[in-house]
Design a protein around this ligand. Structure first.
Ligand code: ZN
Length: 252
């Protein structure tokens, strides 16, 4: 309550400071309780107090906590429940907010679900593509194919030589075991190689199917595998429709 921007006269929309066309806060027509400086000072004290109680810093409840940042001041955005949301009602359950309490400018916020969905789809598409190209690189190129061909050619040549009476059967039987062992080893290796490749392919096909079912920490780890941050740019006044162009993924 103490950090509510309305206390210093700023108009808000869904908890976000409303900005005019120049990016300046829109001032409401009520009597402010604090000056902007006082309000900022209160926010600073609250922020300071939060830092001193580390145990209370909440577990990461929102997918992009620690990942989403303000496009204006680059502070980390925090997830904030929409108190007006009720089961069955449309609209956002939560939003990501740049918060003065966290040392940010407090000027940027966005509906949470829409940002989450957008980022998940981008990251999954990227990871699918990456897995597919890794799999494609592996295709065809078992590195020892020519060695196996040579061993098999040698074996065929020996049998041929016996038939042509160039070598005796006993010579053949001396030479055969080593070559056969080498051939079997190589075939086994080729089998393992093919199996690995198939696993890689099915992995890439399966990415995304169960993403939502993973614990949030795993989802975050997967996102951080592709992205170092997500910048949320200010939407401006009256822009109520979610605009993916204002969400900027920062790829690794
Ligand atoms: Zn900010």
């Amino acid at each position: 309550m103490l950090t509510n921007p309305r206390l210093c006269g700023y108009r808000t929309y869904h908890g976000e400071i409303l900005l005019d066309d120049e990016g300046q806060p829109v001032i409401g027509d009520w009597e402010p309780i604090n000056t902007v400086e006082e309000w900022e000072a209160v926010c600073a004290v609250v922020a300071e107090r939060k830092r001193k109680v580390p145990g209370r810093s909440v577990a990461r409840k929102y997918l992009l906590s620690g990942i989403a940042r303000c496009g204006l001041c680059h502070a980390k955005l925090r997830g904030q429940v929409n108190r007006r949301w009720k089961p069955g009602s449309s609209g956002a359950r939560f939003s990501y907010q740049c918060s003065v309490v966290n040392g940010g400018c407090g000027k940027v916020g966005r509906v949470g679900e829409a940002v989450d969905e957008f980022i998940i789809s981008l990251v999954l598409a990227e990871q699918r593509q990456r897995a597919a190209s890794t799999a494609a690189e592996a295709v065809e190129t078992w590195p020892k194919a020519s060695e196996l061909a040579e061993v098999e050619a040698d074996l065929a040549e020996l049998t041929q030589a016996v038939r042509a009476k160039k070598i005796t059967v006993s010579t053949l039987l001396q030479l055969l075991p080593d070559l056969e062992r080498r051939r079997d080893e190589l075939k086994l290796e080729r089998g393992r190689f093919t199996k690995g490749r198939q696993e890689l392919e099915s992995l890439s096909a399966g990415i995304g199917d169960d993403f939502r079912a993973l614990p949030i920490e795993r989802q975050q780890a997967l996102i951080l595998h592709s992205l170092s941050a997500v910048l949320i740019h200010p939407a401006g006044r009256g822009n109520r429709k979610f605009d993916p162009n204002l969400i900027e993924p920062v790829w690794r």
